[in-house]
Ligand binder design. Structure first.
Ligand code: ATR
Length: 286
């Protein structure tokens, strides 16, 4: 008699691809999700050279891999590679999750959902009617825009070091009245209730060159990056008197849960994971 479970079959294979990727917590997170959801899978981290992304995805798919998470700097290349896109990936024009099914590459973007869940559910922030600044115009920023707009902020300003990239992004969301775009210099004299760093500057330990006036009274600062120590952006926030700060560890866990649900059809339990990952980061010292 055939069984629903095939205990002799190799586990389904998943991975995160990026550069750099060796310090990624995703293998740890998905392995724990699998344990909690009683799913048999294997999840690894694969470092990919700048020009080798499509080849690396093809190799993984060809070897029977089931799905990938995609991180810096390949979220836009992953969008280009996907043959079928979810609505939220289409809107973001960036992909952080791929699924391989019957020879087809499906693309999704779970970053925005993960961010919004962390901001609104875990941190309890209310974004409706607030002034929000999103720093960066790469793949991470793109994923956040539509889910943030869905919460009806008073304004959503996207500011990027290279202003052309911010303007290009603005043109992809043509009908969003609350959305503005510009360079860091254009922010002079403005103030925001929530500032979100979606640049990869913190990944390289770099601080952003921002005007000091950006924090409204009671403002929160959120860095999509995470580390054992406060990131340069969160140190800047503390110096200029932010009412609250958070790094992106909660977003990482929540976007991973969305990806896991999309791959496996089961939403994993995320409770307590930020705390245990924080301890792990502290022990690892990075
Ligand atoms: P991701 O997928 O993480 O968004 P990306 O598409 O490579 O990665 O985008 C990186 C983002 O971080 C961009 O907005 C980039 O700004 P530019 O478009 O001007 O290059 C931003 N970034 C990286 N390092 C930065 C730094 N030191 N200062 C300001 N912005 C930085």
């Amino acid at each position: 008699m055939s069984s629903l479970f095939d205990f002799d079959a190799p586990p389904d294979r998943y991975a995160v691809m990026g550069n750099p990727v060796s310090h990624s917590l995703s293998p740890r997170i998905h392995t724990e999700f699998a344990r909690r959801a009683r799913q048999r899978l294997e999840y690894t981290a694969i470092q990919v050279d700048e020009g080798g992304f499509a080849q690396a995805v093809g190799n993984f798919q060809g070897a029977g891999g089931k799905g990938l998470n995609i991180t810096v700097p390949f979220k836009q290349p992953a969008f280009a590679l996907a043959e079928r896109l979810s609505e939220r990936a289409e809107r973001a024009r960036a992909v952080n999750t791929l699924r391989f099914d019957a020879g087809t590459i499906y693309g999704d973007n779970t970053d925005g959902a993960g961010l919004v869940r962390d901001l609104c559910v875990n941190l309890g922030l209310n974004i409706t009617g607030r002034r929000v600044l999103l720093l960066g115009a790469g793949g991470a920023a793109r994923g956040a825009i539509a889910p943030l707009l869905d919460l009806h902020p008073a304004t959503l300003v996207v500011a990027n070091r290279h202003v052309d990239r911010a303007r290009e992004l603005r043109s992809d969301f043509a009908r969003a009245d609350a959305l503005r775009a510009g360079g860091f210099d254009d922010l002079e004299g403005e103030a925001f209730d929530l500032l979100i760093n979606a640049t990869s500057a913190s990944l390289h330990g770099e601080a952003l060159k921002l005007p000091a006036s950006l924090l409204a009274s009671g403002a929160w600062c959120y860095d999509m990056m995470y580390a054992a120590e406060p990131t340069p952006f969160l140190k800047w926030a503390a110096v200029y008197g932010a009412a609250g700060t958070s790094d992106g560890l909660g977003m990482l866990v929540e976007q991973a849960a969305e990806s896991f649900a999309w791959w496996r059809g089961v939403r994993p339990d995320t409770s307590g994971m930020v705390r245990s990952l924080r301890e792990y980061l502290r022990d690892r010292g990075a």
